[in-house]
Design a protein around this ligand. Structure first.
Ligand code: DQA
Length: 142
């Protein structure tokens, strides 16, 4: 089992700033992650929340159950020490992903408070960032 956890506003993919995040919807993202998981022989559960506390609960659950995580913390990436602290408690690999390349965008997106406690980061490949992360995860946990 692998969790793919998504932070705020990612449920709005498809209508949200399509020039940055593309035209694919959140449902398309879920389908892409589940089908990529199947190809890799991994069960993938995809979740999204606009609430920091809910994301924290899922990270705690992943830590308790030693579940690997692919995490797009969305805007929390840049300022949530609570998300960072939850990621720091991880008991399995955690890959940070971004659809866009935050380093090529506004200054406030250049800092990730999560990156330093993640296994690694994949950013800037559109929804393919998730596919690359799931492949990397499959290699890591095998
Ligand atoms: C994002 C990048 C963040 O800066 C932004 O706040 C998001 C999405 C991405 O996937 O490109 O919500 O994490």
């Amino acid at each position: 089992m692998i969790y793919v956890l998504n932070g705020p506003n990612l449920g709005r993919l498809g209508t949200r700033e399509p020039e940055i995040y593309g035209a694919d919807t959140y449902a398309d993202l879920v389908e892409l992650c589940v089908s990529t998981g199947k190809e890799l022989g991994l069960e993938v559960e995809v979740r999204q929340s606009d609430f920091e506390g809910e994301l924290l609960s899922w990270l705690h659950e992943a830590a308790d159950r030693r579940i690997p995580v692919v995490l797009n913390p969305a805007a929390f990436t840049h300022y949530s020490y609570a998300v960072r602290d939850a990621v720091a408690m991880r008991t399995a690999p955690l890959i940070e992903v971004h659809i866009s390349n935050p380093a090529a965008r506004e200054e406030f997106r250049h800092t990730s408070v999560v990156a330093g406690v993640a296994t690694g980061t994949i950013a800037g490949f559109g929804l393919q960032s998730y596919v690359l992360a799931l492949r990397a995860m499959a290699d890591l946990i095998r």
